[in-house]
Design a protein around this ligand. Sequence first.
Ligand SMILES: C[S@@+](CC[C@H](N)C(=O)[O-])C[C@H]1O[C@@H](n2cnc3c(N)ncnc32)[C@H](O)[C@@H]1O
Length: 231
Amino acid sequence: MTNPWDPDRYASDRFYHDLVMAADSVLDVGCGTGGMLRLARESGHAGRLTGIDPYVAALDRARRRTDVEWCVGTAADAAWDGVFELATMTSHAFQFLVGDAELRASLAAVRGSLLPGGRFAFETRHPQARAWLDWNPSRAEDLVDARRRPLRSWYEVESVAGDVVTFTGTTAERDGTVLRVDRTRLRFLSEPALDAYLVAAGFTVDARYGDWGGGPVTAASTEIVTVARRL
Ligand SMILES: C[S@@+](CC[C@H](N)C(=O)[O-])C[C@H]1O[C@@H](n2cnc3c(N)ncnc32)[C@H](O)[C@@H]1O
């Protein structure tokens, strides 16, 4: 679930890249393999860049770049004391915060890690677009792994319970031999529910977009893009 980072190709990556390059210090929560921060350093960012993610295998890849700080941990583990100008959660990492307690603890930790007035930018899929309807085996994709092995992968939804979607991601040989199955739960918060959590955690919403071009959230939006500010 970690994509190549390319601001010239993806409007979402451009959105975050511009924010990161304009901030003196950046904490990327759920950084995965760290593509965003690695590119920021490569592009000349001279300030503090820190990535945190609970997935050790992804961080091991991130660690190939040693001039960025990489930490193992969840959002709720972010224990910095008011040091970052910007925090990010990219590629829908925010939706991995499923339970109420985890969501609250994560927002509190991110807020605490930010300088007063610091900003937290992230996106979450708009529930009205019901993205999970496309997550089924009829949309299986052929791919080639790092060792050039031809593989096939697909998703399958197990349940939609309130705003929580549980699904599996399967990786198989092209002949259908299953190699691994990963189960994921993602939360699809509505705008009012999201804003209630943010306000309760001590944020105000500075900017809200429904797409990566800066348009408003409409009845057709597939994304809720938020730039919140620590009060
Ligand atoms: C879709 S990937 C996005 C990775 C990276 N941000 C990117 O844009 O390529 C979601 C990431 O969130 C991480 N994650 C899952 N639960 C998390 C949590 N509670 N706190 C922080 N990150 C989490 C996963 O390990 C994974 O690396």
